[in-house]
Design a protein around this ligand. Structure first.
Ligand SMILES: [Zn+2]
Length: 446
C-alpha cells in the first residue's frame, strides 16, 4: 500500500510534545512516527503544533441554526428549548442533510475529526415515519461523509414528554416526531440502520430519565449492548427534583438501578450530581462529557469536573448546541470553570485537557483506535499555527491555552487532507451555513 508522510515542526505524541516529527501514513493509518527527523523532499510540511484529531463527543447539529438569534429576552434552559423545538419542526431529510453538512464542515475547519451526533429527530412532524424509517439518520450520515468527518450516530430513545414530581408527561406536539412510541419499536428501527463504514460507527442514547421511564431503561440498555451508550444527565436542577419526587432517587441512581453505568456509558453534562452520584459514576468507570460553552450559554451551572475525574470518570468534551464550535474553547472551559469555582489555577494539566479533547472523546464514541498519534492509529490529526495574532509568542506546549478554531491550518482525516491552509475542500462553509439556515428559518440571513 502506498505511503505518504507529513513533517511536523512539533507534534503532540502520547508521551507529550515532540519536535521535528515525521508521520508516515499508509492508507488510513499511521505506519510509523519518527522524532527529531529531517523532512524528506516529498513530505507535506506542517508548521506549528500538530495535535491528534479532536472529538466532538456531544452534538445536535440542527441547534446550530439558533446561534446568535435567541438572546435578549431573558428566560432559561426551558424557554430556549421551545425555540429549539421550532427549528426541529422545520426539518426534513433534505434540509437536515444540508444543515448538518455545513455544521460538520464548520467542525472540521475547527479541528474536529470525529463527531458524536445525539440524534433524535426521527420521524415526520406529528410522529409518522418517513418511507425509510431511518431517512433522517441517513441524512446525517451523508452529511458527515461529504463534510469529511468521522461520525458516531447515537440513535436516541425518546418516548416521554418530560418528568414532573407526579410522573412522566405526555409528548407535546413538537416532541412527537422524536418518539418511536415504544422501546421495542425504537430498538427495531435502530437495529435496521445501515451498517458501519470506515467513517461511520453506530451508537445509541437514552435522551434522559425525563424521556424514558424507569421500567424502559433496562430495555434500552439491553438493546444497546455492545454499542457506545450516551445519556443527558442532571443538566438541570428541575430534572433532579422531579426524579427525586417521583422515583425517590437521583437520575444517576436510577441509571445505576437499570444497569446502565459502566465504561460503555457517557453521561452528558453531569452538572448537578451529588457526592454519591460522583462515586457511582467514577466507581463504574462511566464517562462524563462536559459541554462548557453550552452549559454557560444555557445558564446550566458548572459541573464537578475535577471531582468526577478523581473518582474515576473519563472526561470528554462536546459543543452540544453549537453556540460556539471551537474545541479549544471547550477544553479551556473545562479548566477555566474549575478555576472560577476553586480559586486555583491548573486544575488540569495541558495533557489532561488535550486527552479530554482527543482520545477520551474517541473512546466515548467507540473509536479507541483513533484520537492519538501512535503507530497503527487512525491517521487523524490537526495542525495549529503558532504565528497568528492569537498564538504568536505562545510556547508550543501551552498552545491550547491561546489558540482558537481559526488558527487551525490543516486537518487530516484517515490520511486524507480535508482542510488545507485553513480552507475546507468542500468550498465556502459560511455560504453553506447561511443557505442551510435560511432553509429552516426563512429570512434568517437577510
Ligand atoms: Zn445535548
Amino acid at each position: 500500500m502506498a505511503t505518504h508522510a507529513y513533517w511536523c515542526e512539533s507534534a503532540w505524541l502520547t508521551g507529550g510534545l515532540a519536535r521535528r516529527v515525521r508521520i508516515v501514513v499508509e492508507g488510513r493509518t499511521i505506519r510509523r512516527l519518527e522524532t527529531d527527523a529531517d523532512p524528506e523532499p516529498d513530505d507535506v510540511r506542517l508548521h506549528g503544533v500538530t495535535l491528534p484529531g479532536m472529538a466532538n463527543t456531544h452534538s445536535h447539529a440542527f441547534h446550530r441554526a439558533l446561534r446568535g438569534r435567541v438572546n435578549g429576552s431573558g428566560g432559561n434552559f426551558w424557554s430556549w428549548r421551545e425555540q429549539m423545538y421550532a427549528v426541529a419542526a422545520e426539518l426534513n431529510p433534505d434540509r437536515y442533510f444540508m444543515l448538518a453538512r455545513a455544521v460538520f464542515a464548520e467542525m472540521v475547519l475547527a479541528g474536529i475529526t470525529l463527531v458524536g451526533e445525539f440524534h433524535y429527530v426521527h420521524h415526520r412532524p406529528g410522529g409518522k415515519p418517513f418511507g425509510d424509517p431511518n431517512a433522517m439518520s441517513l441524512a446525517v450520515r451523508q452529511a458527515a461523509e461529504e463534510a469529511g468527518i468521522r461520525l458516531t450516530l447515537l440513535d436516541t430513545c425518546y418516548l416521554e414528554g418530560g418528568l414532573s414530581g407526579s410522573g412522566h408527561v405526555e409528548l407535546h406536539p413538537g416532541q412527537r416526531r422524536f418518539s418511536d412510541g415504544t422501546v421495542d419499536a425504537w430498538a427495531a428501527r435502530m437495529s435496521a440502520r445501515r451498517p458501519e463504514t470506515d467513517r461511520v460507527r453506530l451508537g445509541a442514547a437514552i435522551h434522559s430519565v425525563r424521556a424514558v421511564r424507569r421500567e424502559d431503561l433496562p430495555k434500552v440498555v439491553a438493546a444497546a449492548a455492545g454499542l457506545p451508550l450516551h445519556v443527558h444527565l442532571s443538566e438541570q436542577h428541575g430534572e433532579n427534583l422531579a426524579c427525586q419526587m417521583f422515583y425517590g432517587c437521583t437520575p444517576t441512581q436510577l441509571l445505576d438501578e437499570a444497569g446502565a453505568l459502566g465504561g460503555h456509558l457517557t453521561a452528558i453534562h453531569a452538572t448537578h450530581v451529588t457526592d454519591h452520584d460522583i462515586e457511582l459514576l467514577g466507581g463504574t468507570g462511566t464517562g462524563a462529557c462536559f459541554c462548557p460553552t453550552t452549559e454557560r450559554d444555557l445558564a446550566d451551572g458548572i459541573g464537578p469536573a475535577r471531582a468526577l475525574s478523581d473518582a474515576g470518570a473519563t472526561l470528554s468534551l462536546g459543543s452540544d448546541q453549537h453556540v460556539v464550535i471551537d474545541p479549544f474553547e471547550e477544553l479551556r472551559g473545562l479548566e477555566m470553570h474549575e478555576r472560577l469555582v476553586t480559586n486555583e489555577r491548573d486544575r488540569f494539566s495541558p495533557s489532561d485537557l488535550v486527552h479530554a479533547a482527543t482520545f477520551n472523546g474517541y473512546r466515548a464514541l467507540g473509536w479507541s483506535d483513533g484520537g492519538h498519534l501512535s503507530k497503527g492509529a487512525l491517521a487523524d490529526f490537526v495542525t495549529v499555527r503558532t504565528d497568528t495574532v492569537t498564538t504568536a509568542g505562545s510556547r508550543p506546549e501551552q498552545i491550547v491555552y491561546s489558540c482558537v478554531a481559526s488558527d487551525v491550518s490543516t486537518v487530516v482525516v484517515g490520511g486524507e487532507v480535508v482542510v488545507s491552509e485553513g480552507r475546507h475542500r468542500i468550498g465556502d462553509v459560511a455560504r453553506l451555513l447561511g443557505a442551510s439556515i435560511e432553509r429552516v428559518l426563512p429570512g434568517a440571513t437577510q
